[in-house]
Design a protein around this ligand. Structure first.
Ligand code: ADP
Ligand code: ZN
Length: 527
């Protein structure tokens, strides 16, 4: 078809400078231009924005984009303006005059796209909602739509109120978009936003250019430095840490090693965060060391690696964070270091979390899925995609495909460890962290062992066939497989229902064999 007879293609070329739609974009654009609703699940970098930007330019009225990314609105609007698109935003960072200008432009239909924060719609009675009533709306785009899923990994209560869009503006098409959704989250988005009758588009979630690797954590900073020096010298990348403190320390460490790194976490003031973010976007070869507060909506094509120094809480989080690598399609690395302390800490956090039982179960199931990905002897990508309901064949570009791990029969060591925990629990009514059980099995007369007369237990010294590092691996994998539990605020070990069959020799335990490289530093840290 001639471009002249194809308005969507004409806009794509004239405004955005592209000559063809990619993947499912065409189908979505046509559907929304014709006034239909859509729910689009597409990986990061897949091209979600054009799915609503093109229809907004083709339909009468203003396209209203609901986005939780207030910090990025200015950037998004600037980018669009540079292309000649009339874009504006309304959020809490503006003063009265700025706001009035945008409101007037909206009412005069002198805008193509208006970005608003979900909280500013405030269930419908807010000034922004009242403003929207008075103008003409081309469509509603609901970005990061997974935020509406209550049991999802990134729930935002303000998103629940967005169900009112359908009731108040029944004739305005709505398009919800997200880069992460398991089948369950997909269904929840559909129900909550009343999109059951919408066009559902699920693009392939595979990111073939990303090499997934998950390594046992020994000396995380040193391992990280190795990765950066040998594989990614001079490259831009993101390093995720769990806590603000470790963000600061890791960034300092990298700078000390001559690698340009910047910290980013919610404890830094707004201006520092904004400066660091824009430097990361604009300068070459910067490493951003951040908590997960950083990254949503960041569009930097040449992020060559994403490294996790701590275990993500869910596969969705992991997929979303690693997905920030390699948007340009070039080879990139997703590297995660994970160890026993991660498992203990996360299980402990769930145990002691405020939420009700149902909520804790969801968190626990999310962690289990993440641990299964870490401990698998299969292709990482196959597991990852299966989590999002997609089948695939071994990829040849992940650590387990590149050097297949062996599994070993760990039934006997598993029994030894579980009986140690059992004896402490039953004979002594005590519970301890992993280190104590390991010391007992290794026959170490530490102060804490002699003080509690643990050297008199029958299991004392029966585990000298394995090294301390191997024992830590055993504990970690028992926790990961759910055969052992963590309890209380100190994260002590405890048996659970699944421990019984192992103790009674009714089931085998297979584990992933890993390179033996325990270090004193790693051991000291996890105690
Ligand atoms: P997402 O929001 O899904 O992460 P974006 O909408 O930011 O992805 O698009 C990712 C990149 O791909 C952007 O740089 C965008 O300009 C580019 N892109 C999107 N659609 C096309 C297309 N049809 N042709 C060429 N490039 C495209
Ligand atoms: Zn693979």
């Amino acid at each position: 078809m001639d471009v002249l007879e194809d308005p969507a293609l004409e806009v794509l070329g004239r405004v955005f400078g592209y000559d063809a739609f990619r993947g499912p974009q065409r189908e979505v654009v046509d559907h929304v231009v014709a006034g239909g609703d859509a729910l689009v699940l597409m990986p990061t970098g897949g091209g979600k924005s054009l799915c609503y930007q093109v229809p907004a330019l083709l339909r009468e009225g203003v396209g209203v984009v609901v986005s939780p990314l207030i910090a990025l609105m200015q950037d998004q609007v600037d980018t669009l303006r540079a292309l000649g698109v009339r874009a504006g935003f309304l959020n809490s960072s503006q003063d009265r005059a700025e706001r009035r200008d945008v409101e007037e432009a909206f009412l005069a239909e002198e805008l193509d796209l208006l970005y608003v924060a979900p909280e500013s719609l405030g269930g419908g009675a807010s000034p922004t909602a009242r403003l929207l009533e008075r103008g003409r709306i081309a469509l509603f785009a609901i970005d990061e739509a997974h935020c509406v899923a209550q049991w999802g990994h990134d729930f935002r209560p303000d998103y629940l109120a967005l169900s009112m869009l359908h009731e108040r503006w029944p004739d305005v098409p709505r398009i919800a978009l997200t880069a992460t959704a398991t089948p369950a989250t997909h269904a929840e988005i559909s129900t909550r936003l009343q999109l059951d009758d919408a066009l559902h588009v699920v693009a392939g979630f595979d990111r073939p250019n990303i090499q997934y690797r998950i390594a046992p954590k020994n000396e995380p900073r040193k391992q990280l430095l190795d990765l950066l020096r040998t594989e990614h010298p001079g490259d831009a990348g993101i390093v995720y840490c769990l806590s603000r403190a470790s963000v600061e320390k890791t960034a300092e460490f990298l700078v000390g090693q001559g690698i340009p790194a910047l910290p980013y976490h919610a404890g830094l003031d707004q201006r520092t965060r904004a400066t660091h973010q824009s430097r990361f976007l604009r300068e070459d070869g910067l490493v951003m060391v951040a908590t997960i507060a950083f990254g949503m909506g960041i569009d930097k094509p040449d992020v060559r690696f994403v490294a996790h120094l701590d275990l993500p809480k869910s596969v969705e989080g992991y997929y979303q964070e690693t997905g920030r690598a390699g948007r340009d399609g070039l080879p990139s690395t997703a590297w995660l270091a994970y160890g026993l302390a991660d498992v203990v800490q996360q299980r402990k956090m769930i145990e002691s979390s405020e939420g009700d039982l149902a909520h804790r179960r969801v968190l626990s199931a999310q962690l289990d899925a993440m641990l299964a990905l870490c401990e698998t002897v299969e292709c990482r990508r196959v597991r990852l995609l299966a989590h999002f309901g997609q089948e695939s064949a071994p990829c040849g570009n992940c650590d387990t495909c590149l050097s297949p791990p062996e599994s070993w029969d760990a039934t006997i060591p598993a029994q030894m460890l579980l009986s140690t925990v059992l004896r402490l629990q039953r004979e002594r009514g005590q519970s301890f962290g992993a280190g104590q059980s390991i010391d007992i099995l290794l026959g170490k007369r530490t102060d804490k062992v002699t003080q509690h007369s643990h050297d008199e237990l029958t299991v004392f010294g029966i585990g000298t066939d394995l090294s301390e590092g191997q024992w830590r691996g055993v504990v970690r994998q028992l926790l990961a497989q759910g055969l052992l539990a963590v309890q209380g605020e100190y994260g002590t070990l405890a048996l659970n229902e699944a421990s019984g069959p192992v103790l009674r020799r009714e089931r085998e335990v297979l584990m992933r064999r890993e390179p033996e490289r325990p270090t004193r530093a790693a051991t000291a840290r996890a105690r």
